[in-house]
Ligand binder design. Structure first.
Ligand SMILES: [Mg+2]
Length: 295
């Protein structure tokens, strides 16, 4: 866990804490500087473990040597940019790909981004789910959240499982940030998408391995959030399954941030240190338009 808990909890600008194991009660102060980083921090923290799996939540420090932001972050910011600018997903995904060509994209996305004409490639990969989190913040009703999640997936991940993965994550974030309980979120996602969310991490972990499909990683990332007690434990839970660690921590972290009202300040500050300045500026603009305006 983080070293100095007092320093982390006490924020001199706002008084007592916005971070902790419980959600804030309505009306309590929130620090908006620590929003819209849940997916990005999860990606960075998990990046070291994508190809070096661990099966424990305890032994590793956050922000290990070698950590970096990856394709999960780049395309999450690209989605935020589209929602801000109104530009189409195809064009912005291509632009961001060429700005960060070595961020760790899958082979299918590399090919798509470099193609002269962008045709969706019927992917069921978790790329649609890892990049969708801004959609869960930008819309105020379920119908719009689901429709936009589908639009963001459709340009590449137009397989039904690719669309379902994006919609499930966006919906979980929308429900989490609007005061829904974990049990209600679990029931809603299970009822809407048919994922098996009744398993525990202890049941999943022994046999789980790297799986880039939506259907083989989104439910497990959501369970990592359901078993969390705060943002950090949601990310640790996801990495501890020993799978596609950066993407699963990105998804679990995005939902956890929405549920626990932000990421801890120490994690937020470190994330901004690592993030490319241009990407960080889009995050700030998105937060200003879609997050700060609401609270
Ligand atoms: Mg990645």
């Amino acid at each position: 866990m983080l070293g100095n808990r007092w320093a982390e909890w006490f924020n001199p600008r706002w008084g007592w804490p916005f971070v902790g194991s419980e959600r804030l009660a309505l009306g309590e102060e929130r620090d908006l500087n620590y929003r819209m980083l849940g997916a990005i921090a999860g990606d960075i923290i998990g990046s070291v473990f994508e190809h070096n799996p661990v099966k424990s939540i305890h032994w590793f420090p956050l922000f290990m040597f070698g950590r970096r932001f990856t394709d999960d972050t780049v395309l999450t910011v690209a989605v935020a940019d589209c929602l801000l600018s109104g530009k189409d997903y195809e064009r912005r995904f291509e632009d961001y790909y060429y700005q960060h060509p070595n961020a760790g994209y899958g082979a299918g996305f590399h090919e798509w981004a470099r193609a002269h004409k962008h045709e969706p490639y019927n992917s069921w990969g978790n790329g649609s789910a890892m990049r969708v989190s801004p959609v869960g913040w930008a819309f105020d009703n379920l119908k719009d959240v689901l429709a936009e999640a589908k639009r963001s997936a459709d340009v590449t991940h137009n397989h039904p499982e690719g669309i379902k993965g994006a919609q499930a994550v966006a919906l979980a974030i929308f429900l989490a940030r609007t005061g829904t309980t974990k049990e209600e979120i679990r029931e809603y996602i299970t009822g809407s998408f048919g994922y098996n969310l009744g398993r525990t991490l202890d049941e999943i972990r022994p046999k789980y391995s790297f799986d880039v499909s939506c259907q083989g990683s989104v439910p497990e990332a959501l369970i990592s959030f359901f078993e969390s007690t705060d943002y950090e434990s949601a990310v640790r839970n996801a990495i501890s399954l020993g799978g596609d660690a950066d993407t699963m921590a990105c998804i679990s972290g995005a939902v956890a941030e929405a549920f626990y009202n932000g990421v801890p300040s120490e994690i937020a500050d470190k994330t901004f240190e690592i993030l490319d300045p241009q990407l960080a500026e889009v995050v700030r603009q998105f937060r200003s338009k879609y997050v700060c305006a609401r609270w």
